[in-house]
Design a protein around this ligand. Structure first.
Ligand code: GDP
Ligand code: MG
Length: 177
């Protein structure tokens, strides 16, 4: 049986404090912290997943580093990305609106070797909180309008849909490989 190894660079972008670092920590280390610490410096976390009997996937999760306020990252950061997560905080309407700009920034700076857009999932994070600032219908429409592969409500705090959303994204990446 032929065994294959894949290395995928996954970007995690979105406004400050939406939970990007928490999502990465939950996914890679199964940890959650209530304390907010601004991510400083370029940071990536590796996670190795036995995807199937024959396929091993190494995921490099690139968390952005306190540059969120610029809503624009350097091309170096985007280079050779295989997939992307754009996250917002369901209780923060501005962070939802910003996702348009994050998606545009991604699409203007990154593409797959085939020339196709980098597959990108939209995460409605902090879904454990009750005071949502946006409806699910609106998120669904937004996700379709702006070319996301789909969206999921997630909670890094309650560990809801974190590994599911990464799997959904990586399935998409694997399909186009
Ligand atoms: P980042 O700036 O996007 O990396 O955001 P952080 O991961 O640092 O999270 C910002 C704050 O939101 C921290 O206080 C986290 O504990 C909190 N947080 C992150 N994810 C969740 C979540 O799913 N639910 C709740 N209630 N709080 C969260
Ligand atoms: Mg962070």
């Amino acid at each position: 049986m032929q065994c294959r190894e894949h290395l995928f660079k996954i970007l995690v972008i979105g406004d400050g404090k939406v939970g990007k670092t928490s999502i990465v920590n939950r996914y890679a280390n199964d940890k959650f912290s209530k304390d907010y610490r601004m991510t400083v410096g370029v940071d990536f976390t590796m996670k190795v997943v036995q995807w199937s009997d024959t396929d091993t996937v190494r995921l490099q999760l690139w968390d952005i580093a306190g540059q969120e306020r610029f809503i624009s990252m350097t091309r170096i950061y985007y280079k050779e990305a295989s997939g992307c997560v754009v996250a917002f905080d369901v209780t923060n309407f501005n962070s939802f609106c910003s996702c348009i700009n994050w998606k545009k920034d991604l699409d203007s700076k990154a593409m797959l070797p085939s020339g196709a857009l980098v597959p990108c999932i939209l995460l409605a994070n902090k879904c454990d909180l009750t005071d949502w600032a946006v409806t699910k219908e609106r998120i669904e429409q937004f996700s379709q309008e702006h070319g996301f592969i789909g969206w999921m409500e997630t909670s890094a705090k309650d560990n809801k849909n974190i590994s599911e959303s990464v799997r959904y994204l990586v399935d998409h990446i694997m399909m186009s490989h």
